[in-house]
Design a protein around this ligand. Structure first.
Ligand code: GDP
Length: 200
């Protein structure tokens, strides 16, 4: 088995707003996605720790920026899942602003890992996130997760379609198939994330 640098991930803190995050030094990447896309499961699988990111859907637990530390001054930031139904509109607006501020101003941020359910590729939120990252010059890596839910050929077709759309829109994003359940695409994901984190 290959060495997994994400195995050392440990929960550090939850920040209610970007200015409460730890010092803006070293490098970090942020995980984003629509609620239920499989973000917590992807984080847990990549870090090979089943209880790392809470899969709980309690609003009080999902409204925060959750910070996980790796070694070497590197961090993973779990952004709130977008579209959680029970969150009031005013709070959603507050999140949106907090995430905008975070993405624009965080010096140590090297890229965004966008989690997309392979059965529902590129919804409005995903396109907005990709366009936003393109506009501010931030790299993205898209995990088309739950790939185990599709037949191999269908998953491959979806991957090709999403790659085409991303190229056509001029997004700076790489895309791969992934499954937290079947544990496929893990080495590719870890390699892409490690590459983002090691950018100076
Ligand atoms: P989050 O809201 O984005 O954090 O999503 P979760 O990680 O909590 O996953 C949402 C649901 O999708 C849960 O029921 C998971 O068990 C399921 N799920 C997540 N990843 C996979 C996967 O790779 N394959 C399958 N079949 N189900 C998954």
């Amino acid at each position: 088995m290959k060495h997994n640098p994400f195995r050392s991930a440990a929960f550090l803190t939850s920040a209610a707003e970007p200015r409460r995050l730890p010092a803006d030094t070293g490098t970090e990447i942020a995980f984003a996605g629509r609620s239920n896309a499989g973000k917590s499961s992807a984080l847990n699988a990549i870090c090979n720790q089943s209880g790392l990111a809470r899969t709980s859907k309690t609003p009080g637990r999902t409204q925060l920026l959750n910070v996980f530390v790796l070694d070497g001054g590197r961090r993973l930031i779990d952004l709130p899942g977008y579209g959680y139904a029970k969150v009031p509109e005013a709070m959603r607006e507050q999140w949106r602003r907090a995430i905008d501020t975070y993405l624009r101003e965080r010096e140590s941020l090297r890229g965004v890992v966008l989690i997309v359910d392979v059965r529902h590729p590129l919804k409005e939120f995903d396109r907005q996130m990709l366009a936003y990252c393109r506009d501010i010059g931030l790299a993205c890596h898209v995990l088309l997760t739950k790939a185990d839910k599709l037949a191999r050929g269908e998953a491959a077709r979806t991957l090709a379609l999403v790659r085409n759309e991303i190229a056509a829109a001029g997004f700076d994003a790489s895309v791969q198939l992934f499954s937290a359940q079947a544990k496929t695409g893990l080495d590719e994901a870890r390699g892409a994330l490690a590459a983002l984190l090691s950018q100076s």
